[in-house]
Design a protein around this ligand. Structure first.
Ligand code: S3P
Length: 170
């Protein structure tokens, strides 16, 4: 099966976890954009953001995205900010079917709280303000996420999201 699918959504929305399962079920190659960036540029994304800054990271992210999109078939878990910079969302939509994993700020903050320290963009936000911060950040990113071809409610459990997606994509 030749399919090109890009998963979009905020950090913690399940793009990587669900993307891997989906790719396995659909027998498609799976890519995680943060991992591709790590391999292409020889450093992890958190390290890159901390040491080189976010603008450098966004440039590398765009380059890595354009490499993956050249493949004949894939499920790509993008980074939370990938569609929100340059013309990335239009390029993604021109090459692939894009799916936005919609989650509430409450769901996202519950999932992200235990792993906040590994995520430089939210590491310094106080725990009590995380949900509020995410709500604002999501609001800013919404115009880009809303351009996705398909939106799914990704607040639930992994199994039900996977089966919903398999139904939509078959
Ligand atoms: C980011 C999300 C991260 C990673 C980087 C920036 C963002 O990816 O690309 O830390 O801007 O939301 P995940 O969404 O895969 O965690």
């Amino acid at each position: 099966m030749q399919k090109k699918i890009v998963l979009l959504g905020y950090m913690g929305s399940g793009k990587t976890t669900i993307g891997r399962i989906l790719a396995n079920e659909m027998k498609l190659p799976f890519w995680d954009l943060d991992e591709v960036i790590g391999q292409m540029f020889g450093m992890t994304v958190p390290y890159m953001i901390q040491k080189k800054g976010e603008i450098f990271f966004r440039e590398c992210e765009q380059k890595a995205l354009n490499v993956v999109l050249q493949n004949p078939s894939y499920i790509l878990a993008s980074g939370g900010g990938t569609p929100c910079y340059y013309d990335n969302i239009d390029v993604i939509n021109a090459h692939s079917t894009s799916i936005y994993f919609q989650c509430s700020p409450t769901t996202l903050s519950q999932r992200l709280l235990p792993e906040k320290q590994n995520r430089p963009l939210i590491a310094d936000i106080e725990d009590d303000f995380l949900s509020e911060y995410i709500a604002k950040h999501l609001f800013e990113r919404m115009p880009y996420y809303q351009k996705a071809h398909i939106t799914i409610d990704a607040n639930g459990d992994v199994e039900s999201i996977v089966s919903k997606l398999l139904e939509k994509l078959s």
